[in-house]
Design a protein around this ligand. Structure first.
Ligand SMILES: C[S@@+](CC[C@H](N)C(=O)[O-])C[C@H]1O[C@@H](n2cnc3c(N)ncnc32)[C@H](O)[C@@H]1O
Length: 296
């Protein structure tokens, strides 16, 4: 373990996640980062590559649409968005589904600042309220929400199970929880290991607690343990991680030939990004889960 790894390992799990997103925030806005990851919007997930999506932002917009549809967010709903990022999905739901209120929670101050600025600029303050708080200790009365959503966020929570229990508490009877998350694949890698796999594993452990690292089958069991019914955990790897990896391969090939990014730092960054994307695809799946709090 080097000094940086040692320093990181001493932080609390939430502090590690926060510093991870603060670092990404500092890179945001640079040409290199925008070109490498393909994000220009206020979304920050792998995207749901519906037919017709040819770039990362369009796939993220489609992800918000798919999650909003699965969650059944509709006019008049009170929605909790746990881990709202820069607010892209919440803004999408406010515009397209007309809920009465969306309360967003996030632990990363720099993201909250950017998201609040945009919400105000778009005159959505009356619908969207953004707070700094953790999804594992929800500052709300029992039964306050019709929908709870965590889009590619609960994998970070310490722990996801605590969040499931909290989500159950703050939902009204008949309310729904909808989440998307990366999960480990159940099939071990033939030959496994290697430097990239170890780096990928170290990065994973930095921001994903071991307690959350279980496969799709167990994900459904954990929702049931939290007393949810009508639990469905769909494998959407082919709509999310597979097309995202294809997009990354294409983009990196273009960037490796781009005269703006010929420095050693840029080229090695592109190559690491490519390798980690391949390793992620080999070892992870992606789920979209829906569950209901019993009505009676
Ligand atoms: C991959 S991003 C997804 C952002 C957003 N849902 C989207 O799709 O654009 C994960 C988000 O979860 C937030 N997060 C991580 N741990 C959290 C916690 N314990 N409570 C609330 N938010 C958290 C991070 O700060 C980040 O905004």
């Amino acid at each position: 373990m080097d000094n940086r790894q040692l320093k990181e390992s001493k932080k609390s799990p939430e502090a590690r996640v926060r510093s991870f997103y603060e670092i990404i925030d500092r890179m945001r806005g640079t040409d290199y980062y925008t070109e490498l990851l393909g994000y220009e919007s206020l979304h920050g997930n792998y995207g749901y590559w519906a037919p017709g999506c040819s770039d990362q932002d369009a796939a993220c917009e489609a992800m918000a649409e798919e999650v909003g549809e699965r969650a059944g967010i509709t006019e008049g709903d009170r929605v909790l968005d746990a881990g709202f990022g820069y607010g892209g999905p919440a803004i999408h739901w406010a515009r397209t589904r007309k809920p009465e209120r969306i309360v967003g929670l996030n632990i990363t101050p720099s993201q909250i600042r950017v998201a609040r600025e945009h919400v105000t600029e778009l005159e959505l303050d009356k619908v969207i309220e953004l707070r700094q708080a953790s999804a594992t200790s929800l500052p709300f009365e029992d039964g306050s929400f019709d929908r709870v959503v965590a889009l590619e966020a609960s994998v970070h929570f310490h722990t996801r199970q605590t969040f499931f229990e909290e989500a159950f508490r703050v939902l009204r009877p008949g309310g729904t929880l909808t989440t998307t998350d990366p999960v480990p694949r159940e099939v071990p890698l033939p030959g496994g290991g290697g430097v990239t796999a170890r780096l990928d594993d170290w990065r994973r452990k930095r921001v994903i607690p071991d307690a959350n690292w279980y496969p799709r089958r167990v994900y459904a069991e954990r929702l049931q343990q939290a007393r949810f019914v009508d639990v469905e955990v769909r494998d959407v790897t082919d709509k999310v991680l597979e097309p995202n990896a294809a997009f990354v391969r294409e983009r990196c090939a273009t960037l490796l030939g781009d005269p703006r990014f010929t420095s050693f730092k840029h080229r090695s960054g592109i190559k690491v990004h490519l390798k980690l994307t391949a390793s992620r695809l080999a070892t992870r799946g992606y789920v979209l889960a829906t569950a209901e709090k019993p009505a009676g």
